[in-house]
Design a protein around this ligand. Sequence first.
Ligand code: SF4
Length: 339
Amino acid sequence: MFDQTEFNNIRRKIGKDLLILAHHYQRPDVVALGDKIGDSLALSREAAESTAKYIVFAGVRFMGETAAALAGPGQSVYMPEPMAGCPLADMAPFEDVKQAFDTLTTLRGEQPLIVTYVNTNADVKALAGATGGIVCTSGNAVNVLKWAMKQGRQVMFVSDQNLGTNAARVLGINPGEITKLSVTGQVENEKAAASARLVLWNGYCHVHTFFRPEMVARAREQYPGCKVIVHPEAPREVVDLADEWGSTAGIVKFIEQAGPGATVVVGTEVNMVTRFAQNYKDRRVVPLAPSLCPNMWSTTRSKLLSVIRDFPENKRITVPADVARNARQALQRMFDIQD
Ligand code: SF4
């Protein structure tokens, strides 16, 4: 059971020693309890810059792990629902990524440079960090990929294939120079893999691959003159039909710039779209289709309250020291490009 008065009392008592981070895709009533609301990148920066003793992350597991890798001495990271995973991150298990990395190294005679989407587990980020690789988010994937392609090594992009494809198209990378791995990371065509400049992992987010081209056509019929924006984890055919694609921050900017009276159709997680619709009452913001992330949904206000009551050990997120150190290197390279 959630008790707002109890939450307020505990929150007040702990004060600055507590930082609650809430991802945009969380339930609206959980978002309302967050000190900071944002996407993966914004929240990992908040975690890195915070001096709070307790960081509570309302999100999914890879986010808690990222915050734990960035946490300083004396800081602890907790999740209200530590079992909330991300199927996209789980499509790139460390063993498979390492095996593909080794196969590409053998085929080319040099290690590929790993660009790892923030939606991966900490051990995959650590592999990237230890081998000169870098993390990216949906908001900076184009810039990070551009940087990676300039390093003169083959680039292995893990985990979301649609994000990799959409970013590569913006950079004008020739499709003939791109190859794809199987969903388990197998190299199916050794010749193509050896000569490719860019190798894409075959992972996807079911929340965003739910969107289909016919949904865009239907929205344009239903809302004549509307603008359509979709997340870059959406399939290429959907991105092609939209007016724009963008990360969470890009979507917010797009809605703001649309101006009063506009209709904006948004293809991303439905909780976020619904919340934005309430925030921008002078324009119409509608979901392209109701697509919900059940993993994000599994965090509730009651679970959040139960964490801050006594910070139980079974809700604490930890990352082994060597994994954290190497993952931090990959994250820091991303921060350096951004700054
Ligand atoms: S929306 Fe997709 S990428 Fe994000 S946590 Fe859910 S399954 Fe993972």
